[in-house]
Write a protein that binds this ligand. Structure first.
Ligand code: WQD
Length: 341
């Protein structure tokens, strides 16, 4: 079966995607610099699929290292590119780190793919490119807005770099997958989210509060123009999201794509407020969550959830797992990680 490179393959979404690629029979090679992950994730993947992917520790900012990798693995048929820095707040403080790590490395990879007889490229993008969309649910035709952070800007620029390259490299086909909010963990509890330091995202902060690592959850504002006053997001189970990557890759490898560059929104199509997520957690865990309402967080948009028609119709993919199932899996994973601390 085809050999697929997964950059950032030991990360949260990357590791879940490696599992689904192996389930589909692909040979997987992972590049990861371990800056935001651990080699132990390989054991989790192997425990689930019985197959250990090839792993090469490499910082993609090392141009010669990228060239050497593709000289060695010139039989790679596709790349799923997750490797990037992704902390919104940090990107405001360290913009050059983000432009170098998220854009510079993308250019190095695309330059190597240009040399191959053909290549399928899946890009990890984000609904953050839409900012606060004017219309909900959000379709792929919604205007890309001025990014709220250098992180979001690197996703927008990354899409443009790929689109411009596909125009002049006929052997390169690409799909940008615009994720909404990935949450949860694999049902085996062998892999999941491993945030380093204080989690920025809602769900890991909830589970770390419940397990006693954090004092209480701060809910960033309940004075938004939403039913319960808290922000609304489209929380998608990471396993549903991982499966979408395998479907998108197959679309390109089997030449089913309608253009050399396509974008798809990946979400459930349902919006959930912060307090609804808290309630879901309390329901599945049977625990009362300690939280307090505080002021709004700078840069937060009010509401975002996906119009899923294009992904449903074109990819033949839709989410199967619910918010409760995602919260249940996140909680089971948190308990497992802490039990092994
Ligand atoms: C969700 C909601 C917060 C933490 C970001 C990135 C996006 C993607 C996912 C990488 C918001 C509220 C959160 C907390 C809270 N990242 N919240 N207390 O901001 O929608 O998206 O992460 O690809 O690109 O922008 O996700 O989980 O940070 O916040 O009240 O301690 O939870 O205000 O309304 P967000 P989030």
């Amino acid at each position: 079966m085809d050999k697929i490179l997964v950059t950032g393959g030991l990360g949260f979404i990357g590791s879940h995607t490696v599992v689904e690629l192996q389930n589909e029979g692909y040979e997987v090679v992972i590049i990861d610099d371990l800056s935001n992950s651990s080699e132990k994730v390989l054991d989790g993947i192997t425990a689930i699929t019985g197959k250990t992917p090839i792993f090469e520790k490499l910082d993609l900012k090392n141009k010669e290292g990228v060239e050497a990798f593709f000289a060695k693995h010139n039989d790679v048929k596709g790349v799923i590119h997750f490797a990037a820095s992704k902390a919104v707040g940090e990107s405001v403080q360290e913009p050059l780190l983000y432009y170098e790590n998220n854009i510079g490395t993308l250019v190095y990879i695309l330059k190597e793919l240009k040399k191959l007889p053909s290549a399928a490229f899946i890009f990890s993008s984000s609904c953050t490119v839409y900012g606060q969309a004017d219309e909900l649910p959000i379709t792929e035709n919604a205007p890309v807005k001025q990014a709220e952070s250098p992180y979001g800007n690197t996703k927008q620029i990354g899409e443009e770099v790929i689109k411009d390259t596909c125009k002049v490299v006929p052997t390169l086909k690409a799909i940008a997958l615009r994720y909404f909010n990935p949450i949860g963990a694999h049902e085996s509890v062998e892999i999941g989210e491993l945030p380093i330091g204080v989690p920025q995202n809602l769900v890991p902060f909830i589970t770390q509060t419940a397990i006693g690592l954090r004092q209480e959850l701060s809910v960033f504002g309940d004075d938004y123009p939403t039913p319960d006053g808290t922000c609304i997001r489209d929380y998608i189970h990471v396993v549903d999201l991982a499966k979408a990557h395998v479907v998108a890759l197959g679309r390109l490898l089997r030449n089913k794509n309608k253009a050399n560059y396509e974008t798809f929104n990946l979400g459930t199509g349902k919006g959930s407020s912060v307090l609804e997520v808290v309630k879901s957690f309390e329901k599945v865990s049977g625990k009362k969550l300690n939280y307090k309402i505080v002021g709004r967080r700078e840069g937060d948009i009010i509401s975002a959830y996906a119009d899923t028609n294009k992904a449903n119709d074109e990819l033949g993919w839709k989410t199967k797992l619910t918010l409760d199932e995602a919260m249940d899996s996140a909680w089971k994973w948190e308990q497992k990680v802490r039990a092994n601390d």
